[in-house]
Ligand binder design. Structure first.
Ligand SMILES: [Zn+2]
Length: 281
């Protein structure tokens, strides 16, 4: 399966495509913006046998920004991550050997709670995780993997996906216009990141906010996540337990940006994995 959305949108014929669509008066402002971003993110870089797609690039960027904002990278975080990957099938039966975002988000915060004992560092981890999700979700917009339901092409904010996107290649097999719910998800995920960072109760907000988001996406998404109720339960449990453990936190948590080689290497690995569909399905 290919994650690339841009096969059809080569730099050369992109303007023609936009102009043609403008002429038939079917294109929304969002589609122009979408095409523009596709153009600047037209980065199907090939490294030996691997490619880097816009989806993988955004995942890598989110990882790099997130890891650079971590105060310390402890072995305990790594243990929490490995355990989360092993426990994933509890929340999503098809996730054995794969990566599922909803199963991940249902377990990883609880594992961090268990292994990151310092509340200050826990808050740091959760802010970073929120930011990684928000930036990574921009990749979903390009890949067409987490879209809204199909809509009339005349819908003012509809997003038009073409061959090479997940929604077309995997489900509809033809050009499809969908409701722009993914843009709403990205926006909400960034708002949530801000609240997690700014509020004294950021840890609890992270769990409840993501639980609400999972519930809402279950309603408005075209392809629903499996068993999201289990992830919602995990997230609410995290909110309660983190409040009991840490209570009131630090207002406007002091973040420091320290990019280093480890962050860059991990980001590149994530980018390659996401771009080449290794484990991430
Ligand atoms: Zn997605």
């Amino acid at each position: 399966m290919s994650w690339i959305t841009l096969n059809e949108l080569s730099t050369v014929n992109l303007h023609t495509a936009i102009l043609n669509e403008l002429e038939i008066n079917k294109i929304s402002l969002l589609q122009v913006v979408y095409s523009f971003f596709c153009k600047i993110l037209n980065i199907n870089i090939n490294i030996y046998m691997f490619k880097i797609t816009p989806y993988g690039f955004m995942g890598g960027l989110g990882t790099f920004l997130g890891l650079s904002l971590l105060k310390t990278k402890t072995i305990n975080m790594f243990i929490a991550l490995i355990l989360t990957m092993l426990l994933q099938p509890l929340l999503c039966s098809k996730c054995l050997g794969n990566f599922s975002l909803s199963a991940f988000i249902g377990i990883f915060p609880l594992m961090l709670l268990l292994f990151v004992l310092d509340c200050d560092l826990l808050k740091n981890c959760i802010i970073v995780l929120s930011l990684m999700f928000a930036v990574g979700r921009i990749g979903c917009f390009f890949a067409g993997c987490c879209t809204g339901k199909p809509c009339n092409p005349l819908f003012p904010l509809g997003i038009n996906y073409k061959k090479g996107s997940v929604v077309v290649d995997k489900y509809y097999k033809k050009n499809t216009c969908v409701y722009p719910t993914i843009l709403l998800e990205i926006l909400l995920q960034f708002i949530l990141t801000y609240l997690v960072w700014a509020s004294d109760y950021g840890l609890s907000i992270f769990g409840i906010g993501n639980a609400i988001l999972l519930y809402l996406t279950g309603i408005w998404r075209d392809q629903c996540r499996p068993n999201s109720w289990r992830s919602i339960t995990g997230l609410i449990l995290f909110s309660i337990l983190s409040y009991l453990k840490c209570g009131k936190g630090q207002t406007k948590y002091d973040l420091k940006f320290n990019p280093d080689l480890i962050s860059l290497i991990v980001a590149i690995i994530v980018s390659v994995f996401l771009s080449n569909d290794i484990f991430f399905k």
